[in-house]
Write a protein that binds this ligand. Structure first.
Ligand code: GLN
Length: 246
């Protein structure tokens, strides 16, 4: 009899250890999303100092589908993966490019946006069209981003690395650097905000954004992919599925 109880306790313990992060999130009633909010239109602060944007809305859809609240932690971009690994956040939604290097420490969802780097300068400054033309120039990037990586590979560039893009752009406007390199959609947003700036290059890289989760959280990864797939389906896609799926 005693032995039977012991076995039952061991089995229950086993089940609770096996229960994934999704059960933990549902039990606590919220999911924690990490992001870096100087990246409009993906994540930025509105007039009320609330973090809003495309990625935040995706985070809300995921939380909604789980029936929990969304908590957002705004942190330096290069803290996102360490914070995931040390369980300070459950997912990073931060216009984060899916890269082989990052995949060594985290898993990525299906891609949800195509992106690429561009070069921004002040209007009236000789247009910089290619990465090679950045040689001998002072360039501001955000620490730990793919822009940082690409510019770091060019010899003879003076790089200034910033935690916040707002600071990188202040540096550009105050003429302390010659260019900022970043993803095209936020570049457009900053150029729209500061009319004295201009994008002078084509899109210089091919990148895709994914949502990052811990490698062991396969249940959360599947759930996120389901939410993304559902969001991507148009009413037309749903009709095709309804009438032609057999
Ligand atoms: N897409 C770039 C990267 O993943 C920049 C992201 C960001 O600054 N939020 O490195």
């Amino acid at each position: 009899m005693k032995r039977w109880i012991l076995l039952a306790v061991i089995a229950l313990l086993g089940i609770s250890l096996m229960a994934g992060i999704l059960d933990e999130i549902k039990a606590r009633g919220y999911i924690i999303m990490g992001t870096e909010a100087t990246f409009p239109p993906f994540e930025f602060r509105n007039e009320k100092n609330e973090v809003v944007g495309f990625d935040i809305d995706i985070g809300r859809k995921i939380a909604e589908a789980l029936g929990v609240e969304l908590k957002i932690i705004d942190m330096p971009f290069d803290s996102l993966i360490p914070s995931l690994v040390t369980k300070k956040i459950d997912m990073a939604i931060a216009a984060m490019t899916i890269t082989e290097e990052r995949k060594k420490s985290v898993s990525f969802s299906d891609s949800y946006f195509r992106a690429g780097q561009v070069i921004v300068v002040r209007k009236g400054y000789p247009p910089i069209k290619t990465l090679e033309e950045l040689k001998g120039k002072k360039v501001a990037v955000q620490q730990g981003t793919t822009g940082d990586l690409i510019v770091s590979e060019i010899e003879g560039v003076q790089i200034s690395r910033f935690t916040r893009f707002t600071d990188a752009f202040l540096e550009l406007m105050n003429k302390r650097v010659d260019a900022v390199v970043l993803d095209f959609a936020p570049a457009r947003a900053y150029v729209a905000m500061y009319p004295q700036l201009i994008i002078t290059s084509d899109v210089l890289s091919e990148e895709e954004y994914g949502i990052a989760v811990r490698k062991e959280d396969t249940d959360l990864l599947e759930f996120i992919n389901d939410v993304l797939r559902t969001m991507k389906k148009s009413p037309y896609d749903l009709l095709v599925e309804k009438w032609f799926s057999q």
